[in-house]
Design a protein around this ligand. Sequence first.
Ligand SMILES: [Zn+2]
Length: 189
Amino acid sequence: MKQVWLLTAVLGLALMVPGVADSKKTSSGKSSSKTSKSVKPICPVTGEEAGTRYSSKWHDGKVYFAASAAKTQFGKTPDDFAQAANHQLVMTRQYAQHSCPMCSKAIRRSHQSSLRRVGVYFSSDECRRKFIDQSTDKKMSLAFSDKAFEEFFSTPEDAAKVLAKAAEKPQKTSSKKKSSSKSSSGKKK
Ligand SMILES: [Zn+2]
């Protein structure tokens, strides 16, 4: 729970000195203005397009807001906007999905749906169908509630690791009853 205090402290600090962190980053190089090159993040509070000027730490990333007031509001009641904030982390590619929101198995890129301009992936077409039958609110909760987010998403590096691991061992779960059918042909010592 120490993290919460840290986050609060960071938020408080950021609120006191708006803009300072941003301007420093711009001058120190990299490409902070390119953060939103193709997809404009959606402000989790107002639903408007968010620039990079107002942001707060969220999970291991940053969530962007349309205005200072939205950032303040988020700081007061982050739980009210958690789903939208999690969604934005994926939209801005700070987080990536590795597991299916319907069954927790590893995702396959071929089973995809779109939710508010973010691709959501599934383990199977069956899971995808179950998902797309839901209302948008329900979909947001299935994929982007804090609980779901922590279970199915992680930083892109970690997500890649999870998927690589899943690819190594192709579903061994249902092959436990090996004795019956193998006895006649599969003998070797
Ligand atoms: Zn699934």
